[in-house]
Design a protein around this ligand. Structure first.
Ligand SMILES: Cc1cc2nc3c(=O)[nH]c(=O)nc-3n(C[C@H](O)[C@H](O)[C@H](O)COP(=O)(O)OP(=O)(O)OC[C@H]3O[C@@H](n4cnc5c(N)ncnc54)[C@H](O)[C@@H]3O)c2cc1C
Length: 548
């Protein structure tokens, strides 16, 4: 009979424990959980604070009693592992209720303590609240129920943005302070503008590129001296792997600061496995060590460990970092690497932007979305994808994340036979369209120019030709652009500029057709990828905001 002790009874720990029981009825499995709750839905906590999830109980997926009844798991909440003694294969446990300390021996130890919110050592930091577990959420809920007038969220990551939305939902004047010049760092700058617009349109004040200096009784002060009213301060600048116990037990810590594990999630001690936010994952693209504090991969790896201990065949699971977040009416989703990361790593890539409708335009309710695909120019491997929009973004990113996992190349997205009827999509789904565009770009049928290359191209002598209608151009175009509507190009060919031509339209589609026509006519034409919409959503040009 195996004696197994699990440290941490939420995503990674509980996925492991339940799977282990299903594979081995004889194992003695004890789960030690520091907080007062087990198997709770931490991803739902911001929505509990915001009053969207009204019933606290719906966040509590299991109790120690239900886990004993169904799985014969000995779950001890309010109990903290204080030490791991690898020599004697024991952990020391403190029961917080009665301050009783005792030891538990193990054959296998599963380490899943999660991550700890980063809390910088700044004046007044003790007044800020962080959100990690049910107790934190209750504390925050109570403060919010006192009806504070103003709140400042420090950090514009996924949790920070979710918190801002939920505080607005509770009628609180909310600001986000973010040290970088954008929120949601997995997005590239031309994609995140839409998120900034959405937040601002909902009354969230953004202080970007601003570092927090101090927290006072009624406000926060930024490094540049700006003071922002803050009855409530939420600290959400990120998390770090909770490795204190692992370090003191002498387990190997990796270069990114998480517990180092092999492909079966074994630590440097073969009797100890580690999972979740506390460990380093293997990046699916370059196999480097990565911190990916997300629930899916924690759950998946929990199962991997159980399978490995039970002697099953295990498929190692690298991390793509597929993530999604709701920002008021917007859905933001990503998978793989973004342009910033590829550039920093010196990797070659081709970017493709598209602004399709969520479903057939003639069926009521279609919404625009912005999609961006990053592709390896040699192998045509999909390196990353980003999507922002009101509807249908989730399924497109999930399809592409699946394609990435399956090794489907960017042009092959055109071949995917996806479910279609007018209320749901288009006969050429946005995913297929990314495949078509990729093929055209990668094979040189339609060479493209990116939004950030326009100025350089103009300085090199390119002329800009806007092929939209006169009415559209009147609403805004690129500086210096000449208007020649696509349907008039053949008749007005004497007006086509000499030399290299940068063709632009609204989203890149008419630009593609016009570029092809001009090339057939013998001109050296290039299409502005993503058209005026992508260009005007770029940080430098977004005074001309045009939406998705
Ligand atoms: C507010 C919030 C929203 C989130 N939203 C999303 C989302 O929408 N999508 C997504 O993919 N991910 C989301 N996440 C991240 C996701 O919850 C984590 O990636 C996942 O829970 C990690 O699993 P884990 O097992 O490593 O850690 P956790 O699930 O955090 O579990 C760790 C547990 O270990 C316990 N513990 C720590 N130390 C000890 C000790 N010494 N002894 C005993 N117990 C200990 C802790 O109390 C904790 O309950 C969110 C996280 C938070 C906090």
């Amino acid at each position: 009979m195996k004696k197994i002790v699990v440290i941490g009874g939420v995503a990674g720990g509980m996925s492991f424990a339940a799977r282990m029981r299903r594979l081995d009825e004889t194992a003695e499995i004890t789960v030690i959980e520091k907080s007062g709750f087990v198997s709770y839905a931490n991803c739902g906590l911001p929505y509990y604070v915001g009053g969207v999830i009204e019933n606290e109980d719906s966040l509590l997926l299991q109790t120690p009693q239900s886990l004993w009844k169904r799985f014969r798991l000995d779950v001890r909440t309010g109990s903290e592992v204080l030490r791991i003694d690898r020599e004697s294969k024991q952990v020391d446990v403190l029961n917080h209720a009665d301050a009783h300390e005792y030891s538990l021996s193990y054959d296998y130890l599963i380490f899943s303590p999660g991550a700890a919110p980063i809390r910088p050592n700044l004046p007044g930091i003790e007044r800020s609240l962080s959100l990690r577990n049910v107790e934190d959420a209750k504390r925050m809920f109570d403060v919010v129920s006192l009806k504070p007038t103003s709140a400042v969220v420090i950090g514009g990551g996924f949790i920070g943005v979710e918190m801002a939305e939920n505080l607005v939902h509770r009628g609180i004047k909310t600001s986000i302070v973010e040290a970088q010049n954008q929120v949601l760092m997995p997005l590239d700058p031309e994609m995140v503008t839409l998120v900034h617009m959405e937040l601002e349109s909902r009354g969230v004040k953004l202080f970007l590129g601003s570092a927090l200096a101090s927290i006072n009784v009624k406000n926060v002060v930024l490094a540049n001296g700006t003071e922002i009213d803050a009855d409530l301060v939420i600290m959400a600048i990120g998390v770090r792997p909770e490795v204190t116990l692992a370090k003191s037990a002498g387990l190997e810590i990796g270069e990114r600061g998480g517990v180092k594990v092999d492909q079966f999630n074994r630590t440097s001690d073969p009797s100890i496995y580690a999972v979740g936010d506390a460990v380093e994952k293997t990046d699916a693209l370059d196999y480097s060590a990565a911190l990916v504090p997300l629930a899916n991969i924690a759950n998946r790896h929990g199962r991997v460990i159980a399978d490995h201990i039970a002697g099953k065949i295990v498929r190692p699971v690298p991390a793509q970092g597929t993530a999604i977040v709701k920002v008021f009416d917007l859905t933001v989703a990503t998978s793989g690497w973004n342009e910033k990361k590829l550039t920093a790593a010196g990797r070659n890539f081709v970017a493709v932007h598209n602004h399709p409708a969520s479903h057939a335009g003639y069926y009521p309710g279609a919404q625009g979305m912005a999609l961006k695909l990053l592709i390896d120019p040699q192998s045509h491997q999909i390196l990353g994808v980003q999507g922002v929009g009101k509807e249908g973004v989730d399924k497109r990113i999930d399809v592409i994340a699946t394609a990435m996992r399956g090794g489907i190349t960017a042009p092959e997205l055109a071949d995917l036979e996806l479910a279609y009827a007018p209320p749901f999509g288009s006969a050429k789904d946005p995913v297929n369209m990314l495949g078509y565009i990729s093929e055209n770009v990668l094979t040189g049928i339609t060479p493209t120019v990116q939004w950030h290359e326009v100025e350089k191209k103009v300085s090199e002598g390119y002329s800009i030709l806007d092929v939209r209608s006169v009415a559209e151009v009147d609403r805004g175009t690129l500086p210096g652009a000449q208007n020649l509507p696509i349907d008039e190009i053949r008749e007005r060919k004497e007006e086509i500029p000499k030399g290299k031509i940068l063709v632009t339209c609204q989203v890149g589609q008419r630009g593609h057709a016009a570029t092809r026509l001009l090339r057939e006519m013998g001109y050296e034409a290039f299409n502005l990828d993503g058209g005026y919409m992508t260009w005007s959503n770029s940080p430098a040009n977004n005074k001309e905001k045009v939406g998705i």
